[in-house]
Design a protein around this ligand. Sequence first.
Ligand SMILES: [Zn+2]
Length: 134
Amino acid sequence: MTVDARPGKVRERTCIGCRKRDSPSGLLRMTVSERQVLPDPEHRAPGRGAHLHPVTECLDLAERRKAFPRAFKVQGPLDAAAVRNWIEGSGAEQRSSAIGKESAATRPPAAVEGSSRRHEGGSSTHDHSMSVER
Ligand SMILES: [Zn+2]
């Protein structure tokens, strides 16, 4: 990552799908664990992270470009199914402008591995059991 090493600039991150920069709040952080790319919407997972707009368009682009192995600096391929589930299941409402298919939005988000996160009716206030500030 080169974007966040620059002093005096807004700390933007690059979407690994469309390669556009955005503020971290507009991007989904992801981490990798055992060949699985996992969504990290609360920015609390340790280790190397990559960022993606939480839309299927950018996920498709990232997969097509094999951007995940590059972003995480591992030998591919990686399984991004958990990220896809997260985007299609719960992230879709926030970014309706870029959503192409709506049929997948009803899929239950239960497939996300190690999930303790949930979405409550689109509310932006989250109940942090432990408040982690960086
Ligand atoms: Zn993007």
